[in-house]
Design a protein around this ligand. Structure first.
Ligand SMILES: C[S@@+](CC[C@H](N)C(=O)[O-])C[C@H]1O[C@@H](n2cnc3c(N)ncnc32)[C@H](O)[C@@H]1O
Length: 237
C-alpha cells in the first residue's frame, strides 16, 4: 500500500450568496441535531436549485479537466470501472463518461438535486447512451452499489466537506468496493490539527497522519493504493 501526494492550485470563485445559505443551514444543523450528512445534503440541495455548477464549487471546466487529467495520469483507461464518490452534478463525471466504455462510470451522491442536474447535463451533452450509473447514497457503507467493485475510486472535493466520523466510515467500508488491484484517490485540506476551517462549518482540514490512521484500521483484503492529493492553497471547493 503506498501513498502519493500531489499539490493542486485552485483559485477562489465569488460565492457570497452561497455562504449566507451555508451559515443559515449551519445554525439549522446546530439546533436540529441532524446527522451531518443529512444537513449537508439538504444544504447542497438548496444550492443546487440556485445553480448546480456553483453548488459544487464552480470552476466547471477547470476542475472537471483537472480531475480527469489526474486520473488519466494515474492510468485510467476506457476499460476501467470508476466510482466517482460524491459525483455532484458531474463536473468531473462528464469527462469520465466520455472517456470510459459504456456502463463503466458509477457516481454516488447524497444530494438528489445535484444528481438530477447531472442527468440534465448528461442529456445536454448527448452522453446518455454511455449508460452511467447515478445513485443516491445516504452513508458510506456502499450498500447501494450491490457488490460492484472498482478499478478506481475518486472523491474529489468530498473529504474537504466531511467530518472525521464519515471519513472513517468510508475507509472502513472501502474493501467492499475497491478491487484488489484498485486505487483510491481523494482530495483533502491539509492542516496541522483536525478541525472546521470556516464559519460555514462545512469545510474541514486534516493532518496527513489522520489518513494513515484510517488506512491502518481498514478491513482491506485489497492491496489498493491509497493516494491523496491536496488543494495547495487550502481552499475547499
Ligand atoms: C464540492 S462537491 C464536489 C462534487 C464533485 N466531486 C465535483 O468535483 O464536482 C462535494 C460533493 O460531495 C457530496 N457528498 C458529501 N458528502 C457525501 C457523502 N457522504 N456521500 C456521497 N456524496 C457526498 C456532495 O453532495 C457534493 O456533491
Amino acid at each position: 500500500m503506498g501513498y502519493i501526494t500531489k499539490k493542486l492550485h485552485i483559485p477562489k470563485p465569488p460565492k457570497r450568496l452561497y455562504n449566507i445559505i451555508a451559515i443559515i443551514a449551519a445554525f439549522h444543523l446546530l439546533w436540529s441535531k441532524k446527522r451531518y450528512a443529512e444537513f449537508y445534503a439538504k444544504r447542497t440541495d438548496v444550492k443546487a436549485l440556485l445553480d448546480p455548477r456553483e453548488a459544487v464549487g464552480g470552476l466547471w471546466e477547470e476542475m472537471g479537466r483537472v480531475q480527469f487529467e489526474f486520473l488519466v495520469s494515474k492510468g485510467l483507461e476506457p476499460q476501467h470501472v470508476l466510482l466517482d464518490l460524491g459525483c455532484g452534478c458531474l463536473r468531473g463525471g462528464l469527462w469520465f463518461i466520455r472517456h470510459l466504455q459504456t456502463g463503466n462510470y458509477w457516481g454516488i451522491d447524497i444530494s438528489p438535486n445535484l444528481l438530477k442536474a447531472g442527468r440534465q447535463f448528461l442529456a445536454q451533452e448527448e452522453l446518455e447512451s454511455k449508460k452511467p450509473h447515478l445513485i443516491l447514497n445516504h452513508d458510506l457503507r456502499f450498500e447501494e452499489l450491490a457488490g460492484q467493485k472498482f478499478d478506481y475510486i475518486l472523491a474529489q472535493s468530498v473529504f474537504t466537506h466531511m467530518p472525521e466520523t464519515d471519513i472513517e466510515e468510508c475507509f472502513q467500508n472501502l474493501h467492499k468496493v475497491l478491487k484488489p488491484s484498485g486505487a483510491f484517490f481523494a482530495t483533502f485540506n491539509e492542516g496541522r490539527r483536525k478541525g472546521i476551517i470556516a464559519k460555514t462549518r462545512t469545510n474541514f482540514r486534516y493532518p496527513f497522519p489522520f489518513f494513515s490512521h484510517c488506512v491502518k484500521n481498514m478491513d482491506i483484503g485489497a492491496r489498493g493504493i491509497i493516494a491523496l492529493f491536496i488543494p495547495e492553497d487550502k481552499r475547499c471547493c
